[in-house]
Design a protein around this ligand. Sequence first.
Ligand SMILES: Cc1cc2nc3c(=O)[nH]c(=O)nc-3n(C[C@H](O)[C@H](O)[C@H](O)COP(=O)(O)O)c2cc1C
Ligand code: SF4
Length: 475
Amino acid sequence: MAQFEPVLTRNWNVENGHTLRVYEARGGYQAARKALTTMSPDDVVNLVKASELRGRGGAGFPTGLKWSFLPKDRTETLMCVNGDESEPATFNNRLLIERDPHQFLEGILISCFATRATTAYVYLRFEYIAGYKMMERAIAEAEAAGHLGRNIYGSGFDLKVVLHRGAGAYICGEETGLIESLEGKRGWPRIKPPFPAVEGAFRKPTVVNNVETLCCVPHIVERGADWFKSIGTPKSYGPKLYCVSGHVNKQVCVELPLGVTTRQLIEEHAGGVWKGRKAKAAVPGGISMGLLAESEFDVPLDFEALRPTGCLGLGTAAVTVLDETMPIIDYLAICARFFAHESCGQCTPCREGTNWLNKTIHRIKNGGGRLEDLDILEQLSQNMGITPGTTICGLADGAAWPVKNALAKFRGELEEYIRTHQNPASLPTPLQTAIAQGVPTGPIYDLPIPMRPGQLQAPAARPAPSSLPALTASS
Ligand SMILES: Cc1cc2nc3c(=O)[nH]c(=O)nc-3n(C[C@H](O)[C@H](O)[C@H](O)COP(=O)(O)O)c2cc1C
Ligand code: SF4
């Protein structure tokens, strides 16, 4: 393969690379000009289809195919750009926005032209204040220079870009949660179908794409589909931003061909595992993707190769390294707390399941675990999510995957932890507390109800079983 030339990050270390002046001087907006003045929207869609660009937001859905799902007879289309980026340890969108906002805007412009969207909502993670300000300035510059607004480059195409700040919820990154939130409602994912392409924001046909996905588009228009497909592995094409964090010497975000391995990322780009230690495991693409054991570090990080390892997929390609001293139960406790907090609560298996995972994992961590808890965790994690078909969105799958992978790959360590960290006396359950306090208890629904912290109230006395009315066939 020819020497890899980074394109998405090419302006990152250029002085004033974020300004329109420098961006244009380095060839910026030429691809947009080419698309709008020499191509039809369908030409652009077909080009992106031919490149086999897959979404960089987590699900890896083919971008051109998604665009072609828009109804042919639509009168209005909206674009929602997903810059929520709340998957832990993921920060590539932030850097793309802050360091090269015009590349991002050019990607939006070409993609909106292709899909005939005349309004693009950029949904930005609440915490990205610097990125928000950068985008405000870039939009103003682009409007003044005629890259946005009415009749762009004399093509007859109009585009308005609207910035929208999220309010700090992970679930608003899910595309229909994002749409609900954009509409001013609670970020509750919608049941699909209808998919956003048919009925999305404000009930209009809507395209939802990730920031990095759209940043790839100008380069595909400029260099062609064959160039794009010459980068990567046999089925996963193009450049990709990989974030590396956790127990490494240098936390980085680096642009590489799809299919680099975890070991290459750690050793060649992140300065190795910190403190001279060895790695135990790594999260391959955000915590919802699960866990790779160290023995799997040579598996290519692409859309295909991760599946046989039991991981959910490439996700956001944000790799987090766990060194040999990190107990797997601690990693699980961090994941479980996050998902229990972020579940929107609409689906029972997710609302209850994430909480039970969290409670059980924390009880094990705190020394109150039993070996059978691992089977309970296994059962719980197998029964929540889109994969078993019990929830509306993929948050529940993301909550289950770290548990499934940890049980499959580190069960021995978890069993050993339970055996060697037994401290039930210091961790009474409500039932144990009640027994210790002499409060009468009965079947499970008779558990005492805490009235104030530390105060327990016995349930009201129930009639003795003999005085209950007899059950009849008609009752
Ligand atoms: C719980 C959850 C959170 C998500 N968060 C994000 C996010 O922060 N950014 C993102 O681009 N996609 C996120 N996604 C994926 C989006 O639903 C959607 O697939 C993506 O934005 C589509 O863009 P793409 O095809 O360009 O990848 C999330 C999905 C789920 C289930
Ligand atoms: S799976 Fe969880 S986060 Fe997703 S809609 Fe259901 S309850 Fe909400």
